[in-house]
Design a protein around this ligand. Sequence first.
Ligand code: LMR
Length: 340
Amino acid sequence: MSSITRRTALAAGASLLAPAWAQTASPTPAKPLVIKFSHVVAPETPKGKGALRFKELMEIRSGGRVKVEVYPNSTLFKDKDEIAALRRGEVQLLAPSLSKLRPLGVKEFEVFDLPFLFKNRNAFSDTARSYGRTLFTKLEPTGVRGLAFWDNGFLLMSANRRLRDVDDFKGLKMRIQSSAVAEAEMRALGAEPRVMNFSELFTGLQAGSVDGTEGTASNFLTQRLPEVQKHLTLSNHGYLAYALLVNRAFHDGLPADLRAVFDSAIADATQYANAIANTENAWALGKIKTSARVALYAPLAAELDEWRRALMGVHQDVATRVGPAALQAAYQAAGFVPPR
Ligand code: LMR
């Protein structure tokens, strides 16, 4: 058993065994139904492992009637193409970050990108379970169905200079996801935001087309960013999480017995992915620390207050797009009280 498998095996919880009803599913047809699951991160991340767990559960529980092909690391579609491909039915499952849902037109998802909204992981999952679920219903007319929220963790900030004070961002080109909130955030810090596909992040940093980025420890390590970034600030200023999305026509068209198997595999893979996210990130941060290639900086409370003050305007900016009611709903779900 690899160290990564060992690390997360206990957190897994979900049984691989088929429930009794799945064992009575129809006989195996000659050609299995293929489900393509495309994503942009490494297989050894919370999302990567969650996708593989879904494959394992789905294939076992369907008794070979379904084959799941998982495409990690943007090998099938990159950020900018994957949502269109899902709508066309060229792929059945995706788990883009909540920051990348803009093409689906439900602006309210932007609230999940608000800086310093979540004080801990529970605040994120409470918001996803309550407010987030109501947003999933708004996706239905787009031909895409939201199945679940998958966790990753808090965002850290990296560059080749130490990012301690807001002034340290001045003049830096920072890679961002295609999020209006991230864009406003980098501008508020005095940096220049650059939207870039996740698959181009390493080479972008290596070539100097961007100077820094924000991301979780797990993504930082598995994209080999310690080779191209010297400083990492443990700012926890934002949150990275995913919407597990299925092509709606595909989901509706599954025969009833397979649909039940599919839904149970999704539920158990979700539980698994969310159970391992924290451990995976803590482990990755430990690895980054012991490799000693990257200088970690834990900002003082007063320094983070300065970041918070600089970034609160972004909340207002979001309110102008999503409306004050959506902002208040997110605040309430997250238990967030804006500073006076
Ligand atoms: C990013 O682009 O930084 C992330 O959305 C990648 C991911 O899927 O975790």
